[in-house]
Design a protein around this ligand. Structure first.
Ligand SMILES: [Zn+2]
Length: 264
């Protein structure tokens, strides 16, 4: 046991390769005798050093810290050698303190960065989920509103006749508080990116068409357009009209109406 005591302070330095030749040879000679306690200590020290290497791959500040640690360990080993039989020059807890500080500083720098990334990723994911939920809620809200407008007997039916006898007419239902639902089937899509735009034609003499939403029929020529907030009220509206306009719609109609329906 007494023989082992002299090595107690140098296992970590040995694992770091920081021992001078004489110390290394004497420790290795002792290990060669098959001392299980010291072999276990060396194994533990190697594990700790391997963790240091893992945590501090090639970052400059870590190398600096590592160098400083090596210096401390060397100085300690020298001091220990000078006071062979007396109490250890540097107590174990101090070495442990240096190692802990080293581990902590390396670990915390990496940790902060990882934590920051994780927070960023989590925030993005949360925002995406929230957006998805809001979209779904908006869709559900629209669907409910459409259903009420289409089924409420209070909604006013408006048939929009086509100015082209080969094109089907459109159907609109206008609910005084919930808005307008405009539907069409087998409607040929406007060419390119052009769209169909809804207009409210005011009753007031000389009143200009009031612009509303745009739409494009799907591949089968079907569409359902919900106008939640029509730009005018029913009693002041003479007719609904649809024109073909460039993508995004126009401020004023730029083509002749393709469908018109009187609001009774
Ligand atoms: Zn031993």
């Amino acid at each position: 046991m007494k023989n082992c005591d002299q090595f107690r302070e140098i296992f970590e330095a040995y694992a770091l390769g920081a021992l001078d030749a004489a110390e290394r040879i004497s420790l290795e000679a002792h290990l060669a005798t098959g001392c299980k306690d010291c072999a276990k200590s060396v194994e533990e020290a190697r594990w700790l050093v391997s963790q240091l290497a893992y945590l501090a791959p090639e970052a400059a500040p870590s190398d600096m810290l590592k160098g400083r640690l090596m210096q401390t360990v060397r100085a300690e080993a020298q001091a220990a050698r000078k006071s062979v039989s007396t109490k250890p020059a540097i107590p174990v807890w101090m070495w442990a303190g240096v190692a802990a500080l080293f581990l902590f500083s390396v670990f915390s720098v990496r940790n902060v960065e990882e934590l920051r990334n994780e927070i960023r990723t989590t925030n993005k994911r949360a925002a995406a989920i929230l957006k998805q939920r809001q979209d779904l809620e908006a869709q559900l809200e629209s669907a409910k509103r459409e259903a009420v407008i289409l089924t409420d007997p209070a909604s006013v039916n408006i048939t929009l006749a086509s100015t082209d006898p080969n094109t089907p007419q459109l159907e609109a239902k206008w609910h005084s508080t919930l808005g307008i639902v405009l539907t069409g089937q087998k409607i040929p899509a406007p060419s390119g990116n052009r769209v169909l735009q809804l207009w409210l034609i005011p009753k007031a003499p000389g009143g200009k068409p009031i612009r509303s939403l745009t739409l494009r029929p799907d591949a089968e020529g079907k569409f359902v357009l919900l106008v939640s907030n029509p730009p005018g009220i029913m009693i002041e509206t003479k007719a609904l009209a649809i024109t073909e306009e460039p993508e995004g719609g126009s401020l004023q109609p730029t083509t002749a109406p393709r469908w018109v329906g009187g609001v009774s």
